[in-house]
Design a protein around this ligand. Structure first.
Ligand code: SF4
Ligand code: SF4
Length: 305
């Protein structure tokens, strides 16, 4: 349960969405059992999907932003949100890594790809450009990956940020959760599973249903990348097959990490340098504390679902 606060002490929070399917914001709205706790713990100043009452000229303690950036209008809004927010959190894989709409980032001119799909359509509302994750444009303090996000990771992050603490989410790969769930390994059955290099936190949903992981949570911090590539090559998967799978959800972030090992020329633009140390939130004036262990065991989380 998220701790309740008095109105005066409540941190101001905003939820925003750009290019994507809105699945992460919907995942939050679908937390029926916890929504009251969330609204008790923080002062939600903007959440268009939940309320038409928005206060988009105010300073925020925390902004949660979903989706990648695809137009000049979105970029302006993102810059404004960044300016008004002490902490900016990328919500979901599109915001964190670009998502499926950045699957071809860095491969030729996006206008050619646009023309193939839309012909000579004129842009009348906003000026589009190659879709990119948030941190290609502004500083991002924290990343909550997922397609969509996992509600327990969101609660964990919101609770910590609402109390002025830092957030560190899962660093191990999907394989760890897959082992805890005692699944038979699909890689050993010659299926192209991205579990070894994909961030855990989804409770190995796909391998648990006998489907190989397609990397929708983006790259894992603790992945043995070289070993995964060797394993896949041993099973006769070509570099093109592997990279196309990696791009599907991981977008630019996955390909940057794998291009050298796969011996491909990714031509993905360099990422903006991340801050060495994430900026601590200044919510409610609390002191910085160390992160606790990140998640309950996969089995006990599975029971809650
Ligand atoms: S099935 Fe996939 S996620 Fe599970 S252990 Fe094998 S490689 Fe890892
Ligand atoms: S594709 Fe991979 S990361 Fe995405 S839900 Fe399935 S197992 Fe998890």
């Amino acid at each position: 349960m998220i701790a309740s606060k008095t109105q005066a002490a409540k941190p101001k929070v905003g939820f925003y969405g750009f290019t994507g399917c809105a699945g992460d914001l919907l995942a939050i709205l679908h937390c029926e059992d916890e929504l009251l706790d969330i609204f008790n713990a923080v002062d939600v100043r903007s959440f268009l999907m939940a309320s038409s009452e928005v206060h988009d000229d105010e300073e925020l303690d925390v902004a949660f932003v979903e989706g990648s950036i695809t137009t000049d209008h979105q970029l302006e809004s993102l810059a404004d949100i960044r300016k008004r927010s002490k902490v900016l959190v990328a919500l979901g894989s599109c915001a964190c890594f670009g998502g499926p709409q950045t699957a071809r980032l860095g491969y030729g001119d996006w206008k050619e790809r646009f023309k193939k799909v839309y012909g000579n359509t004129k842009h009348t509302v906003a000026k589009p450009f190659e879709s990119r994750p948030l941190d290609e444009h502004v500083k991002v303090d924290y990343y909550i990956p997922g397609c969509p996000i996992d509600r327990y990771q969101f609660f964990f992050a919101l609770t910590r940020l609402a109390q002025g603490m830092s957030v560190e989410l899962t660093t191990f790969p999907v394989c760890a959760e897959c082992k805890w769930n005692e699944n038979e390994c699909l890689l050993l059955k010659a299926q192209l599973c991205l579990g070894p290099v994909t961030a855990g936190g989804c409770d190995s949903r796909c391998p648990s249903h006998n489907l190989p992981c397609i990397g929708c949570w983006g790259p894992a911090a603790e992945a043995n990348v070289a070993s995964e590539i060797d394993l896949l090559k041993e099973r006769n998967f070509s570099a093109e097959e592997i990279v196309s799978k990696l791009r599907l959800f991981g977008g630019a972030a996955m390909v940057r990490r794998f291009a050298d090992l796969l011996g491909i020329k990714a031509e993905v633009p360099a990422r903006r340098p991340r801050p060495k140390k994430v900026r601590e939130p200044v919510v409610a004036g609390k002191a910085k504390k160390k992160s606790p262990s990140k998640r309950p065991a996969a089995k006990s989380r599975a029971k809650k679902r």
